[in-house]
Design a protein around this ligand. Sequence first.
Ligand SMILES: NC(=O)CC[C@H](N)C(=O)O
Length: 373
Amino acid sequence: MKAVLALADGRIFKGKSFGATGETTGEVVFNTAMSGYQEVLTDPSYKGQMVTMTYTQIGNTGINPEDIESNQLYLSGFIVREYLDCYSNWRATMSLDAYLKENGVVGIQGIDTRALTRHLRDKGAQNGIISTVDFDPESLVRKARAIPSMAGLDLATGVTCAQPYHWTEGLWDLADGYPQVDKKDLKYKVVAYDFGIKLNILRCLVSAGCDVTVVPATFPAESALEMNPDGIFLSNGPGDPEPMTEVIENIKKFVGKKPIFGICLGHQLLGLALGGRTIKLKFGNHGSNLPVMDMATRKVEITAQNHGFSVDILSLSHACRLGHENLNDQTVEGMAHKELPIFSVQHHPEASPGPHDSHYLFGRFVELMEKHK
Ligand SMILES: NC(=O)CC[C@H](N)C(=O)O
């Protein structure tokens, strides 16, 4: 079946439908990961976005019940060069096409993703529409222009958990799959704020020895402090951090009281809570092959990333130093407080998908909590 992708600036791409049919809108971004499309599909940070995979063949490892980063697909559309229905993987239980259909996600294949990516890189990420029902370019572009810009959208408070819960599952291994970690091995009590948290972050925290209680985005700081945690964790999540004023006020109450570690949206919210500012990048960074330098050790790590916003480190010079730097575009990849046990990173040390170079950051959080116990 025919499908069309139209961008708000008028550029049209014709392709073929896969996954669910119908019409869908969102901000079109590109992801440069060569594998791990299932983790991309289930990453809550993609809410409101349509993801273009730059890797050319997608679908060949199918879908398995284990490589999920949340229980839902949050992205609003999936754009690929060549979809492969014939999958092969020892864990796979269904095809990508069936998975997208089951979850109501509209996909489009046969797109010149190189041309699309170059266009987004030159003109910037922008809103778009995929349709299998309307093929009139003018009407499609009009609809793409009518949807709100990602800047200014608080999407995280819409994807957070409803109630606090406890998490005890550790990192996957070939022999045992996902282990349940014994309570006696979990020495550090962590309250993890869920702004759309990826499950592998929780698994990394548990495997690093953390006893994790996940709480909703607006869970009062006072109640979290009553739990007497050793540290506070701030998660990734979708949308713009700036409109999340209630959450930012809440985070301020932990500063100077507890060690804090933030990832991605959590890093941006922390920057705002410390008095800094965030900006929207032209097209952001989405992929699992992005080089970053840890400014403390000057070691380079290859990282997983998924963000469209960034912290302006100059706005934070009163409190923080640059912790990590993106070596491709020199954007702020992390910050460390000059006096307090607080640090955060823009990239994803939990990978999923991606290399494990940055796993050491969970150990760094544990060391901070040990020092300030
Ligand atoms: N992965 C994330 O946490 C993304 C953070 C934020 N939504 C951004 O796009 O920059």
